[in-house]
Design a protein around this ligand. Sequence first.
Ligand code: FE
Length: 209
Amino acid sequence: MSDHHHGTKPPSDKALRVRALEQLLTEKGLIKEGAVDAIVDIFEQKLGPKNGAMVIARAWSDPEYKVRLMTDASAAIEEFGFAGFQGEYMVVCENTPEIHNVVVCTLCSCYPWPVLGLPPTWYKTAPYRSRVVIEPRAVLEEFGLTIPDEVEVRVWDSNNELRYLILPMRPEGTEGWTEAQLAELVTRDSMIGTGLPLTPDALTKGETA
Ligand code: FE
């Protein structure tokens, strides 16, 4: 496939054109400096991951949906209308008390856009891509996530054919919560495996996913 974009290659013509356009618009005073960064930030932090959070919250709430999600993730995700570019072949990996899953693209930055939006900068960096495969526990520690020795860590390498979404464990103390409430707990990083969902306590204290 032609959209495989290796981080070591020079920027594509399209990337260069976008950058030139951004610079021109800024110079002409048509957009404020940083406006594009702000928009990208919204896509990285808010819009995309909110889709994934809805999927996770439904899987936590509806056992039949969870079965569909685990057997044919692309179809189950498309029930929400989330589909398309960079999300055609989705696989969901479930965290359990015995197994913690984490996602990487060792080759470049493949990422499930329809459910998570644009990849965060660290996801695209060479150190994350190389180190998470070799020493996942140490890398997760740097994210503030300590995985107990008795828990197996599985690293999933994305590629053009397959994009992974992690189904984190449902936080304790959420019995009876609605899907909308549960979705508030689902962080972007918890769906990559470099973090955990918020606890109800953290949500009460004003943390946001
Ligand atoms: Fe890639």
